[in-house]
Design a protein around this ligand. Structure first.
Ligand code: GLN
Length: 204
């Protein structure tokens, strides 16, 4: 089978932990992957990825860097995502903010509205067990200066719940999580990405 090419957006933030989580998910699922780091617009074309990960960090910095002339990555990433809703995308925390609130005049890539830093400051970061609806099991949720979904539209399927609050939304194969699955020992959401991608590539 083809090696899956997973593009990792390297604008800023928690990138290397995603590499480790993707490698764990690959080993667990027995699906070979190549992780390709994306920094500038031309990287996307060269990589021709099957799936994309948008890490957490600071969405403001990511927008500045990613829209700046040296990178110009963000507009082409958004175009790649919008081109086909079946393309697998995992956005965590700041990545979920970019998917839900692209601020480029175009439609959100995940059908939800989001509010930044809505759990409070860095000191209000916390860890707790949540219900990963998309995985049909519990999941260790790490929330760091996390955003909050304020609304999910008709195309926003609930992917994770913290009590009665939605903390994960899926539109097509785009998954936006307000927490950091890459910082837990559970590679379940990264497996979801790899397995979804693998099934699509097998079908093509
Ligand atoms: N507070 C950050 C933002 O607004 C998100 C935090 C995170 O990604 N851990 O972009």
């Amino acid at each position: 089978m083809n090696v899956l090419r997973i593009g990792l957006v390297m604008l800023q933030g928690a990138r290397h932990v995603h590499v480790a989580a993707l490698e764990r998910a690959s080993a667990e699922s027995g699906i070979d992957i190549e992780i390709i780091e994306l920094r500038k617009a031309s990287d996307l074309e060269a990589a021709d990825p099957h799936a994309i990960v948008l890490p957490g960090g600071e969405s403001t910095t990511m927008r500045l860097t990613g829209n700046g002339p040296a990178s110009a990555l963000l507009p082409v990433i958004f175009e790649w995502i919008r081109d086909d809703p079946s393309r697998p995308v995992l956005g965590t925390c700041a990545g979920a903010i970019l998917l839900s609130d692209p601020q480029d005049g175009g439609v959100p890539m995940v059908d939800a509205a989001i509010d930044r830093n809505a759990f409070g400051t860095q000191a209000d970061s916390f860890q707790t067990t949540l219900e990963a609806t998309a995985l049909q099991r519990e999941f260790p949720g790490v929330f760091i200066r996390a955003p909050r979904f304020t609304h999910a539209g008709p195309n926003g399927e609930v992917a994770a719940m913290l009590g009665d609050e939605v903390v994960g939304v899926r539109t097509g194969n785009r998954l936006a999580l307000t927490f950091h699955p890459e910082l837990s020992s559970d590679a379940g959401f990264h497996r979801w990405l790899i397995e979804t991608t693998s099934a699509l590539v097998a079908e093509a």
